[in-house]
Design a protein around this ligand. Structure first.
Ligand SMILES: [Zn+2]
Length: 108
């Protein structure tokens, strides 16, 4: 967020944000979460050892000033619902997903 603000003059209330397919609360199991996740993530535990990282991302964006109605959540778990996306947890090898961001001037 700070990078967008400093380099492009972006204002959080003006941003449209998409949360792509990613590890969903159905599969975000962290058995050793106290060693693997920072304490600020712990309140997002939805049942023993499972975390809602989507909610965490939404809350982090809102804390920076992004409007909740301007956050779009794909709601697709890359491990169990979106086989076209890489998932280390599913496949045990890494890959990369790409994001495209476009800036339009206010004159357009
Ligand atoms: Zn899942």
């Amino acid at each position: 967020m700070r990078c967008l603000q400093e380099n492009f003059g972006s204002r959080p209330p003006d941003l449209l944000v998409g949360i792509s397919p990613s590890l969903g609360p159905c599969c975000a199991q962290f058995i050793n979460y106290r060693q693997e996740l920072p304490p600020e993530f712990w309140p997002y535990q939805i049942r023993p050892d499972y975390f809602d990282l989507w909610r965490l991302s939404q809350d982090q964006l809102q804390a920076q000033g992004v409007r909740p109605e301007q956050i779009q959540l794909a709601g697709l778990c890359s491990r169990c619902q979106a086989a076209d996306f890489f998932s280390y947890r599913r496949d045990r090898h890494t890959g990369r997903n790409a994001t495209v961001i476009a800036l339009r001037s206010a004159d357009e």
